[in-house]
Design a protein around this ligand. Structure first.
Ligand code: PEP
Length: 261
């Protein structure tokens, strides 16, 4: 069996509910100037829906790619306020974040909705970045693996190998998101290795070996390299630091250097 190609790290910026269209254009204009080396790292920015189209135009000639932060699973119809995969694709995005812990916590997303959204993303040719991760309470109760297992099962039941080959997973311990409390490289690696192991069991060795698993939770320029050097960490989903152009560019640079491990 030929070994799968090495996993190229991906750094994705989740802007959350931040940036007007004008501010988004300013930020991306700076990022285009600051990030120029894509040899060892892929880069995605995920602005709010309202800025997708303008940012897409700005990224026409750039290797920085575009993602949305969520989608709805229906294609069209009477679903006031929702945005489908087709509309996101039409706005120029190639990626979409699915099942972020803030969506699970504040908008009552369940295993079932995460699964439907992941399917809908694939159906529309979008790469879903599917988020999983335990809360502090769950970690302290030694339930991390149990929670991850349930989230993996919930998100990917009914998927085949070919579909899994199109997705990216983000392990984001909820206690590390926006708190400044980053998981240690060893803690993150332990979780990533567990996730890869479960994916291997469900979808086979080759699929699991090629799967990109990002870490998310207070990633900053000074902790990026240590995290990225871990064998099962293939990039990062970055919240707060992705709003600051120099920080995001530094994270991208440090991830690219660490990829040469
Ligand atoms: C996130 O929103 O996915 C995230 C990881 O946020 P932060 O980097 O701010 O912790």
């Amino acid at each position: 069996m030929t070994p799968p190609p090495p996993r190229k790290p991906l750094i994705a910026g989740n802007w959350k509910l931040n940036k007007t269209i004008k501010e988004a254009i300013e930020l991306v204009t700076l990022l285009k100037r600051l990030i120029t080396d894509f040899q060892n790292v892929d880069v995605v920015v995920c602005p709010p829906f309202t800025a997708l189209s303008d940012v897409s135009e700005l990224l026409m000639e750039s290797e920085i790619q575009l993602g949305a932060q969520d989608l709805y699973w229906e294609e069209k119809g009477a679903f006031t306020g929702e945005v489908s995969g087709a509309l996101i694709k039409d706005a120029g995005a190639a990626f979409v974040i699915v099942g972020h812990s803030e969506r699970r916590q504040f908008f009552h997303e369940t295993h079932d909705t995460v699964q439907k959204k992941t399917k809908a993303a694939l159906k529309n040719g979008l790469i879903p970045i599917v988020c999983i991760g335990e809360t502090l309470k769950e970690r302290e109760a030694s339930k991390t693996f149990e929670v991850l297992e349930a989230q993996i099962k919930g998100a990917f039941t009914g998927f085949n190998k070919e579909e899994i080959q199109q997705i990216t997973v983000a392990y984001e311990p909820v206690w590390a998101i926006g708190t400044g409390k980053v998981a240690t490289p060893a803690q993150a690696e332990e979780a990533h290795a567990f996730v890869r192991g479960r994916m291997q069991k469900a979808f086979g060795e080759e699929t699991a070996a090629a799967l990109r698993i990002l870490y998310g939770g207070s990633v900053k320029p000074d902790n990026t390299a240590d995290l990225m050097r871990e064998p099962d960490i293939d990039g990062a989903l970055v919240g707060g630091a992705s709003l600051e152009p120099n920080s995001f560019a530094e994270i991208v640079k440090n991830a690219g250097v660490a990829a040469l491990r």
